[in-house]
Design a protein around this ligand. Structure first.
Ligand SMILES: Cc1cc2nc3c(=O)[nH]c(=O)nc-3n(C[C@H](O)[C@H](O)[C@H](O)COP(=O)(O)OP(=O)(O)OC[C@H]3O[C@@H](n4cnc5c(N)ncnc54)[C@H](O)[C@@H]3O)c2cc1C
Length: 486
């Protein structure tokens, strides 16, 4: 389809085509090309009187996107929906050929102009700032994710800390409100092995409440009665002095990030990872939240993965304890991204998967948790990021938010989609008057490669997450073409 569109466009005079392609966002076109590139639609920054997340009008959704960007997005999403293309790409990326410098340069160069450009915000602060401003101009906000994977040693953790602090610093020169969150991963600032050890010890204490953890700070509940504890079958050794020291240093790293977020007045969203280390991540998150979340203003947001059977129980317990301590709770709600590794690990240990038995159960858990979070926002203290590409969940949450009058408190509610994914949902929610963010990974191409491979996997297949976007983008391109030719 993308190829068909490109060939139709070759009929249009080269001059006009180049003009359209190079026209900056939201500038008026004054040539015949004006008909081909729609003027930006009005942004509904105030909620309309009735709740509508509408996908019928492709112009209202994509009118603010230049034709060149729409074509690039359509082509990339189509390519990533073709299974064999993704298979070959993944094979190449994981092969020994990547050790050959020339080959590697060619592959990374190709990825940079295609998938990277589509799914990542840029290589450095300057290019990210441009992307943030571009999104801000079309009524979307940005969650800045310096896309680091996990760290193995203290030196990498320190380097990563600098990267996160630079990211927070960079938000200060951006237009007010354009950066909604800075994102961090605890596994990038605390060695992974230590996160596993701390998670084991926390699980053992959950099984045996008298088990003493001398290093443990005040936190919110990390487990519920329904939490699986199979990762820790034997009593773990206590932390060595060296491990305790490393834990303290890692905690200080997180405190530095939190403090810089307080100074820059931008909240911090902490990602959830796999269940082997998630108890330690929740421990870091909640102990930081107790220190920094004050006065109805959550600065530290943790993440709940609704695909886990114990997600709702843990959310309710953390929420209850936070209200008891009068701490505003910030939660990012996601379905969860580690499904196959979670199921594999559980079955290799002979235990039931921690993931809901059916996808319907996951959907229903997500929607119930979202509704609970919205009700809590309406009470006034909590904040929530509803991070999803699922159209039904987005619509349900939008309707619920209207019903309980959350419009007035909208700074506490953020919808979020990954950059390059579910554009229709993002613009639909924006048009309905909600705050919407794109989660924007950035960094050098080779650093974000694991992230790109996950995106390729997620968009694979005809019924993939990008299906609605591909349909609606094609519709919008067709509409612009008709308008130009008529
Ligand atoms: C802004 C943002 C931040 C994110 N942060 C994190 C994070 O910190 N940690 C994290 O783990 N993920 C994170 N994710 C990824 C997220 O968890 C999902 O992988 C992704 O968004 C797909 O879920 P969805 O809500 O968009 O729903 P959908 O598009 O409906 O996707 C549903 C998917 O859920 C899976 N699934 C879940 N449960 C089941 C089940 N029981 N049976 C079968 N399939 C099932 C399937 O793979 C299915 O494709 C984030 C996503 C966004 C948008």
């Amino acid at each position: 389809m993308a190829r068909a569109l490109v060939s139709t466009q070759s009929k249009i005079s080269k001059r006009v085509f180049l003009y359209v392609f190079n026209r900056p966002l939201n500038t008026a076109a004054s040539s015949p090309a004006a008909a081909f590139t729609a003027p930006p639609p009005p942004l509904h920054l105030n909620p309309p009187s009735t709740p509508t997340v509408d996908f019928t009008d492709s112009r209202a959704l994509f009118g603010s996107i230049p034709t060149s960007d729409l074509l690039h997005a359509t082509a990339t999403l189509h390519a990533s929906a073709i299974g064999p293309v993704v298979d070959v790409g993944m094979w190449v990326m994981n092969s020994k050929l990547m050790d050959v410098e020339l080959f590697r340069d060619v592959v990374l160069g190709t990825v940079k102009h295609t998938f990277y450009r589509h799914f990542c915000a840029g290589e450095d602060d300057t290019s990210v700032a441009k992307t943030v401003r571009r999104l801000h101009d079309v009524g979307l906000r940005s969650m800045l994710d310096y896309a680091l994977e996990y760290a193995d040693d203290e030196a990498s953790c320190d380097r990563n800390l600098d990267g996160f602090l630079r990211t927070v610093e960079a938000t200060k020169s951006l237009p007010s409100g354009s950066a909604s969150f800075v994102v961090t991963k605890v596994s990038a600032i605390c060695p992974l092995r230590l996160l596993e050890r701390v998670s084991d010890l926390l699980r053992w204490q959950q099984k045996n409440p008298s088990f003493n953890l001398p290093w443990k700070l005040q936190t919110l509940p990390i487990f519920s009665e329904s939490s699986p504890l199979y990762h820790t079958l034997e009593q773990p050794e206590p932390l060595t002095r060296e491990e305790e020291k490393s834990l303290q240093i890692s905690h200080e790293r997180l405190m530095k990030i939190c403090q810089s977020c307080v100074d820059a007045n931008v909240p911090l969203a902490i990602d959830a990872e796999h269940t082997k280390v998630q108890p330690a991540i929740d421990y870091f998150t909640y102990s930081a939240a107790i220190i920094h979340n004050k006065d109805r203003n959550p600065i530290v947001y943790g993440t709940i993965q609704a695909y886990l059977k114990d997600a709702k129980d843990r959310l309710l317990l953390a929420n209850k304890e936070a209200s008891k301590l009068k701490i505003p709770l910030g939660i990012k709600l996601v379905r969860g991204a580690y499904m196959s590794s979670e199921s594999k690990l559980a079955s290799s240990l002979g235990f039931e998967s921690p993931i809901h038995n059916t996808i319907q159960d996951t959907h229903s858990c997500y929607n119930t948790c979202a509704s609970f979070l919205l009700d809590d926002i309406a009470k006034g203290s909590s904040g929530a990021i509803l991070a999803t590409h699922n159209v039904e969940s987005g619509k349900l949450a939008a309707t619920r938010a209207y019903e309980i009058g959350i419009g007035k408190l909208k700074q506490k509610l953020e919808f979020a989609q990954l950059y390059g994914m579910s554009e229709a949902l993002s613009f639909g929610l924006r048009n309905a008057g909600f705050q919407v963010s794109k989660y924007m990974p950035f960094g050098p191409v080779d650093m974000v490669m694991p992230y790109l491979l996950r995106r390729a996997e997620e968009n694979r297949g005809l019924l993939s997450a990008s299906n609605l976007d591909r349909q609606l983008m094609r519709k919008e391109l067709g509409r612009r073409m008709k308008e130009y030719l008529s």
